[in-house]
Ligand binder design. Sequence first.
Ligand code: SAH
Length: 251
Amino acid sequence: MIARTTTLPSDAWQASARQVAPELTAAGIEQLARFRDLILHTNAQFNLTAIRDPAEIDNRLLLESLRLATLVREFAESHAGPVRAVDMGTGAGIPGIPLAILFPDIEFSLIDATAKKVRFVDETIEALGLTNARAIHGRVEELAREPHWRETRDLALARAVGSLATLLELAMPLLEVGGRAIFPKGALETAEISGAKNAANLLGAKLLDIIQLDPLDGCPVTHVALADKMTLVIDRYPRRSGLPAREPLGG
Ligand code: SAH
């Protein structure tokens, strides 16, 4: 149960959060604090995330998710019609839950292959009263074969799920032409970027940019990769479950 004694993040945290995500309301900050407490509470029962310290959850999970706000907003503003987003490998709900709090007009599907994590995300959505998010249990490779998923989404996100080539193979089959992928990343080696460019060519995608973020205390994410879906993905992709991660496209 959520304790009534939920401690709000520090003033310094709130100032940073409002700076990176001006749409964050007081109610939103409270929802984020409750989300952090739910993560802490559940982490005592099973391994939801390796991060156990409350301040580290605030910085490394919540603030990092909020740092994507500008890129999400820019895409939503340039996109005609409602935005349907997927968070692939959401784990405890990162970055999908914080972004669903920020953007009530975007519909979020939070996908994960691990049932226990999906149950946590589902309960969190319920506890926070989020009407624009739902938790989905499954592997992206399999969902992407289903007609009501394939080429139906506008925005794909994923954090700490795989290399850029892997993420592109998972995301592009889910996106409509004109859709966008936004992938927060830590350090990026040249080899990962060139592999991603090759993979993008095979998948009808264009790697638009790799943005370097301002350093933020405690945040391992230092880059964000952006890719647009340009043409339909050929039937072969994504390959069967596990292969996009084990044998990334593009060498
Ligand atoms: N995005 C979260 C979790 C990262 S851990 C965060 O940043 O904290 C990676 C998660 O991705 C795991 O929970 C794992 O179950 C999930 N995952 C990995 N490959 C997947 C796939 N192909 N389909 C669905 N979920 C996947």
